[in-house]
Design a protein. Structure first.
Lengths: 203, 203
């Protein structure tokens, strides 16, 4: 009963989180643009991401409980990375939402988010926290996607959407001209998460 | 199998999280003293507490899984509030470690950490999140403690430690002359959580 409660709760968290993530992905201003930090959508998008990461930390618990037995070590490592990445990125998104816009207002000429977080920029410590997105969150969800494929107890296509979505979205972060991939990949990843959330809710 | 390994992971996380909380709390400086930010202990204590909340947010799912059957709705509500409160406490700790010293350097005269993060400070958005943290963390862990005491799965004294610890420490946070209560309460809170973690580990 408690086991099912936790799985349903995790499913709901993944579903709501996925909706927030999709919203954030569609409206996320281009990181490379110096005016992104003063864009009216910037803080709203980052606040949506704060709640997404918090919900994701709960959501992966249910995923692991369901997949763990069949996914073995791969699932365990994926779970550990994804939950740590989610928790750290609550802090990362908070910094991006409130601290970077404040710092951006003090710099002339305007600098992009990436410039502000450089090691010789005014707030290099933000990079330490947001760096956990690439080091923990992304590999964690790739492994959870693979675990979904190998376990077979959740829809395979949802696992593929997680993997393809997060990889595409990360590629998009590395160039201003290809930032559209951040949005498209984000939506694909969000649909995969929502699908897994619904699957957990229906168990 | 997955449930068992999840309980072990939760046990390790909660033991670590509780121990770090108990270790860092005696050195916690007053949020209402303008000189606190200048102390050499400010950053290490805040980072340690941030890591403590990270581990606590991972570990308490295991406690819910273990005693949820017996604790019913109180346990469920306590778990959700405590989880969200811990996840929010994590970024607040990182803000305390990095943002407050950064902002303090820019002020023309010494301000208390609470003034720097307050509604009239340079980053007013963070104040709303601080309020959210207070309204989630304390009620969450009060219910968490009550659930432990009533369920009889974990030692009731561990529940009392969490319950008294969080109430005393949060009271100490609110009054300048009672800062020592923050320190004492933090130790009790940490010991109570670490005790839960050890019980989870021992099966």
């Amino acid at each position: 009963m408690v086991y099912l409660n936790l799985i349903h709760l995790s499913g709901l968290a993944l579903l709501v989180g996925a909706v927030l993530w999709i919203f954030a992905s569609i409206f996320h201003p281009n990181n490379h643009n110096p005016s992104a930090l003063v864009d009216s959508f910037w803080t709203r998008v980052q606040v949506a991401l704060i709640f997404f990461y918090a919900l994701s930390a709960l959501g992966v618990v249910g995923l692991y409980l369901l997949l763990g037995e069949q996914s073995g070590l791969l699932g365990l490592i994926g779970f550990a990375l994804a939950i740590l990445g989610s928790a750290f990125n609550v802090a990362g998104a908070l910094d991006l939402a409130y601290v970077l816009p404040m710092v951006a207002k003090q710099t002339t000429p305007p600098q992009s988010m990436n410039d502000l977080m450089k090691l010789d920029g005014p707030v290099p410590w933000v990079l330490i926290v947001t760096g956990t997105y690439l080091l923990l969150f992304v590999p964690g969800y790739i492994l959870l996607g693979i675990a979904t494929l190998t376990a077979g107890s959740l829809p395979n296509l949802a696992g593929w959407l997680l993997i393809v979505g997060i990889v595409t979205s990360v590629i998009g972060v590395f160039g201003s001209a290809i930032f559209i991939l951040r949005r498209i990949g984000g939506v694909v990843f969000g649909v995969g998460l929502a699908w897994l959330g619904v699957s957990l809710l229906l168990i | 199998m997955a449930t068992q390994s999840f309980l072990v992971i939760s046990g390790i996380a909660l033991t670590l999280g509780g121990a770090l909380q108990a270790l860092a709390s005696p050195a916690h400086l007053s949020n209402r003293d303008p000189n606190s930010v200048k102390s050499n202990m400010w950053v290490p204590v805040a980072i340690t507490l941030g890591c403590s909340y990270l581990f606590i947010s991972i570990g308490i799912s295991g406690v819910y899984l273990r005693q949820g059957e017996q604790t019913g709705i109180i346990g469920l509500i306590g778990f959700i509030l405590a989880l969200l409160g811990s996840l929010l406490a994590l970024p607040i700790s990182f803000i305390t470690a990095f943002v407050i010293p950064y902002v303090a350097k820019q002020e023309s005269y010494s301000k208390t950490p609470l003034d720097l993060l307050g509604a009239k400070g340079p980053i007013p958005g963070i104040f709303n999140l601080l309020l959210g943290y207070i309204f989630l963390l304390m009620p969450g862990f009060v219910l968490f403690g009550i659930a432990t005491i009533r369920a009889g799965v974990f030692p009731p004294l561990a529940g009392w430690l969490v319950l008294f610890g969080i109430v005393i420490s949060q009271s100490g946070n609110m009054v300048l002359k009672l800062t020592f209560l923050r320190n004492v309460g933090g130790v009790l809170f940490g010991l109570g959580l670490a005790w839960h973690g050890v019980v989870l580990l021992l099966g």
